[in-house]
Structure formats: structure tokens, C-alpha cells
Design a protein around this ligand. Structure first.
Ligand code: PNS
Length: 168
């Protein structure tokens, strides 16, 4: 049986924390689908297309580095995650857990998703030690005020974020 894992998120911007979860998630499934939520309610700094492009580029680089060619599909979605999970025939959802503060939100989301689709489990991967506090919102705030974000995001993403804030 082919195990399809779905890692959903807004990824605005993609951080080293996300990349860490993506790489580790790819090891526990046969096919990893990275679901990029449009999430216009969160007013993302990057368009959906840019976020898809960034993830494709970074996962390509990560796979080259690790010399793996696991099947990774990067796809956007709107609407309910449970509907998207059904469309891509995902067996489970994967989410990263950073700190205790994430727990309540993640617990609520996992429970609601299971209520909506009974057989859809959520598997949590704990963030690696050096990524425990890295959040996209924090990265955006630091970048907005000209702080150094190089340890939070890959250089290509850093360049795009800097360009964004230099134009706003
Ligand atoms: O990385 P994020 O922003 O924390 O990801 C949140 C995301 C996109 C996974 C969540 O907002 C989501 O699933 N949105 C789709 C709409 C939906 O299904 N909402 C109900 C979740 S219980």
C-alpha cells in the first residue's frame, strides 16, 4: 500500500523549520504532498504562486543535497483541508509541533479534521532543537525592521523577503 502523507500550511515565508519537517516527513511516507493554503485571510506577503515556486525550488535543492528522489508533490488548495486530503488521497496529515503554545491550536485542528473525516489521522513531528521558536510571523517582523533573518530562512527566501520589504 502506498502511504500518502499531506503536510499543509501557509508557508509565508518558508522557513528552515518547515524544510526540516518536510524532509523528515518525506522519510515516513511513500509520497509527500505539500499543501499550500491560499489563506488570503492571513494577508500573505508572497502570492500563492511564489510560495509554490519557493517550496519547489528549496525541496529540489534539499533532495539534491541528500541524494534522494522521494516523490514530493507541491500543490495549492483552497477550502477545507479535509476535502483537499480526500482529493489527493492522503492517508494522514503531518504537522510540526514547536512548543507547548502550538499544542492547543494543533489539537483543536486535528480533532476538527478527524470529526470531518473520521479516518484522517494527524501525525505530529516535533521541531528540531534549533528550530523550536522559528515562526513565519516572527521572521516577517524581524525582516520588516531590518533584522538579520539569515539563520531562519534559506538565502533565496531571504533575498525575496528583503526585496518585498524594500518595496513597501
Ligand atoms: O501554517 P499554518 O498557517 O498554521 O497552516 C494552517 C492551515 C493552512 C493548515 C489551516 O489553516 C487549514 O487547514 N486551512 C484550511 C481551511 C480548513 O480546513 N480549516 C479548518 C481546519 S480545522
Amino acid at each position: 500500500m502506498t502511504r500518502i502523507g499531506l503536510y499543509p500550511g501557509t508557508f509565508d515565508p518558508l522557513t528552515y523549520g518547515h524544510l526540516d519537517i518536510m524532509t523528515r516527513a518525506s522519510h515516513i511516507c511513500d509520497i509527500l504532498v505539500i499543501g499550500v493554503a491560499e489563506n488570503s485571510g492571513k494577508s500573505p506577503i508572497f502570492s500563492l504562486n511564489e510560495r509554490l515556486e519557493i517550496i519547489q525550488e528549496q525541496m529540489g535543492l534539499a533532495q539534491k543535497k541528500q541524494k534522494t528522489n522521494k516523490e514530493i508533490i507541491v500543490k495549492s488548495f483552497t477550502g477545507l483541508l479535509t476535502d483537499f486530503a480526500q482529493t489527493v488521497e492522503a492517508n494522514f496529515i503531518i504537522r510540526g509541533l514547536r512548543a507547548v503554545s502550538d499544542f492547543e491550536y494543533e489539537f483543536q485542528m486535528a480533532s476538527a479534521n478527524r470529526r470531518l473525516r473520521g479516518n484522517l489521522e494527524t501525525i505530529f513531528l516535533t521541531a528540531s532543537e534549533n528550530q523550536h521558536f522559528v515562526a513565519s510571523s516572527l521572521v516577517k517582523e524581524i525582516a520588516k525592521f531590518g533584522g538579520d533573518i539569515s539563520s531562519f530562512v534559506p538565502p533565496e527566501v531571504e533575498a525575496r523577503i528583503k526585496l518585498y520589504f524594500s518595496n513597501t
